[in-house]
Design a binder for this molecule. Structure first.
Ligand SMILES: C[S@@+](CC[C@H](N)C(=O)[O-])C[C@H]1O[C@@H](n2cnc3c(N)ncnc32)[C@H](O)[C@@H]1O
Ligand SMILES: [Zn+2]
Length: 376
């Protein structure tokens, strides 16, 4: 394997030379013997900020590939007392060892199946960053996370989560799904819903610190608390989203409904999914503080913008409204987003979708704004 050195954050690591694995001028990181994806730098940046807020004593990076994630946590936050970098692949292990040494990182490098490792270990912070769905690793990673510790998941399988691959969603997330006009938010909530149910098996509760969608993945970081009663309370946050394809009405609540209360048409449903908060506002504010001391990050401005937007939209827990969809149901033009935000007053843009808005106002009030602005 020919290697090249790259810089990311404060780390300088060796990765497979992309040129060796290109096919007809194209490159997919999965084609290289060890996985390194430049499109995930933002995911790792934001995770560095989260880990610096958490300041865990020990970290397990269960699916490390080149080791970049755990190495960055070590270099860019208060170094943990113990750092485990694990991967099943032997080639990855060679690279993790070389990269840890190159960066002066004191890590325990293990070559195990992530599940068998996680069932036998415990840590304050566990990172699960797999190919596709994290579902096969949820139970073991929750088991490994200590009381009041944190667990982080990346999911890149958007099709099941956003309702395109319905059977796959049923298999991987034990949830019904459909393509709704606000499916970007459905995805992250289906994912957390599944995590909450797996945690409950172990009499544990999860509380989201930050949960977001970006480019082609979801990322969620959750606090884990022990206790059957807490687990029961956590499950109280589960429910359903439904949307009427005829009049556009949407519903969220604990019970599923099949018929539209407005027009009687059948509704499309997604759930069980997480209806609770997606963000801990204090956690986000502290992440923004942590960012201030990290002007070396290439994504500095993007991160600042993104976290600020999460802080703004985090005020509204109701799912976002898709302005294009609602306008089409009304057979009206889409008013400029700025005007809608002004009309609603208590509202924000959302990171989920440039066509979306988050608001405390209900469906009818939002429709009224779209109608009113078309009448002018
Ligand atoms: C998406 S990559 C990880 C990327 C890395 N976390 C990063 O930020 O660059 C997934 C890794 O999981 C490893 N893997 C797949 N199945 C595994 C398993 N059951 N146990 C441990 N590692 C596994 C693969 O070898 C691959 O290196
Ligand atoms: Zn309807």
């Amino acid at each position: 394997m020919r290697l090249v050195e790259i810089s990311e954050g404060k780390a300088k690591i060796l990765v497979p030379d992309q040129r060796e694995y290109e096919r007809e001028g194209k490159f997919d990181p999965a084609w290289a013997p060890v996985f390194y994806n430049t499109r995930m730098v933002f995911n790792r940046d934001i995770s560095v900020l989260a880990v610096s807020v958490i300041s865990p004593k020990n970290i397990v990076d269960a699916l490390s590939a080149t080791g970049i994630r755990g190495i960055r946590y070590y270099l860019e936050t208060t170094p943990p007392q113990t750092l485990v970098l694990n991967d099943l692949d032997k080639g990855a292990i060679e690279l993790i060892k070389a990269n840890s040494e190159r960066n002066g990182v004191n890590a325990l490098v293990t070559n195990r199946d992530a599940n068998s490792l996680l069932f036998e270990t415990s840590a304050d912070y566990v990172d699960v960053d797999p190919f596709g769905t994290p579902s096969p690793f949820i139970l073991s990673s929750i088991k490994a996370t200590r009381n009041n510790g944190h667990v982080a998941y990346t999911a890149t399988d958007l099709s099941p989560l956003e309702g395109k691959a319905k059977m796959s969603c049923k298999r991987k997330y034990d949830a019904e799904n459909s393509k709704l006009s606000f499916s970007k938010e459905v995805g992250v909530r289906v994912l957390i819903g599944k995590i909450a149910r797996e945690a409950a098996i172990l009499e544990k509760a999860v509380i989201p610190e930050i949960a977001f969608y970006k480019d082609y993945y979801y990322r969620v970081i959750l606090k884990v608390k022990r206790g059957a009663k807490r687990a029961d309370e956590c499950l109280n946050n589960l429910g359903f989203y439904s949307e009427c394809n005829n009049c556009g009405f949407s519903y969220e609540g604990k019970e599923r409904i099949d018929r539209c209360p407005k027009c009687g048409s059948p509704m499309k449903t997604a759930g069980p999914l997480w209806l609770g908060n997606l963000y801990n506002m204090d956690f986000l504010t502290r992440m923004k503080e942590e960012l201030k001391t990290r002007s070396y990050l290439q994504n500095f401005s993007k991160l600042d913008y993104f976290i600020s937007l999460l802080i703004k939209e985090g005020k509204y827990n109701q799912h976002y409204f898709n302005l294009e969809f609602l306008s089409s149901k009304l057979r009206l033009n889409i008013p400029p987003k700025r005007k809608i935000l002004e009309c609603l007053g208590d509202a924000s843009e959302t990171h989920f979708d440039p066509k979306g808005i988050k608001t405390s106002k209900n469906f009818q009030e939002t429709l009224s704004c779209i109608k009113g602005l078309n009448d002018r």
